[in-house]
Design a protein around this ligand. Structure first.
Ligand SMILES: Cc1cc2nc3c(=O)[nH]c(=O)nc-3n(C[C@H](O)[C@H](O)[C@H](O)COP(=O)(O)OP(=O)(O)OC[C@H]3O[C@@H](n4cnc5c(N)ncnc54)[C@H](O)[C@@H]3O)c2cc1C
Length: 289
């Protein structure tokens, strides 16, 4: 099948791109095209206009400061993954990106595009949500910051308006006393996960003061669950097993052609325990440094 006809614009400035989106409600931004082009080809999307932002190199930056990592809308997954500074300041971004797709797709696909595509099976939306990150969005009305907690509103749906361009995503830095970990199960490395879990654990001395986990490919939207109450009691086989069970209380594993709901529930139990144990060990190692 071929895409439905559409107009194509490659603007020279962000202002030109924003104006084009403002004038045409059925326009779509084209970034890496790794999700949008297949959707066009299958006619699951039929925009009247594609606004190709690849001519705006100012959006390709990756800025790493003590506060965190800001990733521009044209930074490719591969560029972010290659950055030692990103890995140092917020290792969870790099750990998750290692699992995103295959090398050729990471060379073209953008991390911001992945976030605003808001696929519940994708790694980066849930990492942004878990880390309490945000997205900056620009339109002819100016730029606003949308917190991750307000961003993901439904399957493949964000709270961004049709006339807004996501210009960057911000991931806060790893704080002292905090550890992170990421685990997923996919049929082949690089395929979309059957279930994935990202976790962060914060210690005060030996005591767990915060434990949260983010789930991909489980619910229809990226979902974060607070598991502090169970891990405050200690981190051992019993509490980790209980954490997996507690997480399921806040999740509704979906069934599809890849996995049954029962199998996903099993993966939630197994991966929650595994990833919290790793995040706890990571936090302990940080504290010992
Ligand atoms: C075979 C295959 C396997 C894959 N496996 C995985 C995987 O395991 N995990 C994973 O996370 N992803 C996977 N992907 C998707 C990949 O990560 C994409 O790169 C990503 O989802 C979208 O980024 P993009 O830059 O290609 O966006 P595009 O395809 O260009 O756009 C996707 C959507 O986001 C919108 N958009 C993009 N950028 C902006 C912006 N700056 N502002 C506003 N709207 C914007 C577009 O309008 C469109 O609706 C896979 C893709 C393929 C083809």
């Amino acid at each position: 099948m071929k895409p439905a006809p559409f107009d194509y614009l490659r603007p020279r400035s962000l202002a030109e791109a924003a104006a084009a989106l403002g004038e045409e409600p059925n326009a779509k931004v084209l970034a890496g095209g790794q999700s949008l082009v297949p959707l066009l080809s299958m006619r699951l999307a039929a925009p009247s206009l594609l606004v190709d932002i690849n001519g705006l190199p100012d959006l390709a930056g990756i800025e790493v400061t003590g506060a965190g990592v800001r990733i521009g809308a044209l930074a490719r997954h591969a560029d972010v993954l290659a950055s030692a500074d990103v890995r140092r300041v917020q290792p969870l971004v790099s750990l998750a990106l290692e699992q995103v797709a295959h090398a050729t797709i990471r060379n073209r696909g953008t991390t911001v595009g992945s976030i605003v595509h808001a696929d519940a099976a994708a790694e980066m939306p849930v990492v942004l949500a878990l880390l309490r990150g945000s997205v900056d969005a620009a339109s002819t009305a100016g730029t606003r910051t949308v917190e991750a907690t307000d961003l993901f509103v439904g399957p493949l749906e964000t709270s961004l308006r049709h006339d807004e361009i996501a210009v960057s995503a911000f991931f806060p830095a790893l704080e002292e006393g905090r550890g992170v970990a990421f685990e997923e199960i996919a049929r082949r490395h690089g395929d979309y996960a059957l279930c994935g879990v990202a976790a962060t654990v914060r210690l005060d001395g030996d005591a767990v003061v915060e434990a949260r986990a983010g789930y991909l490919s489980v619910n229809e939207v990226p979902t974060v669950v607070d598991l502090t109450a169970v891990l405050e009691q200690g981190v051992d086989d019993a509490t980790l097993r209980q954490a997996g069970q507690d997480a399921l209380g806040s999740l509704e594993p979906v069934a599809d052609i890849h996995a049954t709901a029962a199998y996903r529930a099993h993966l939630v139990r197994v991966l929650t325990a595994r990833v919290l144990r790793k995040a706890h060990a990571d936090a302990s190692t940080m504290a010992a440094r």
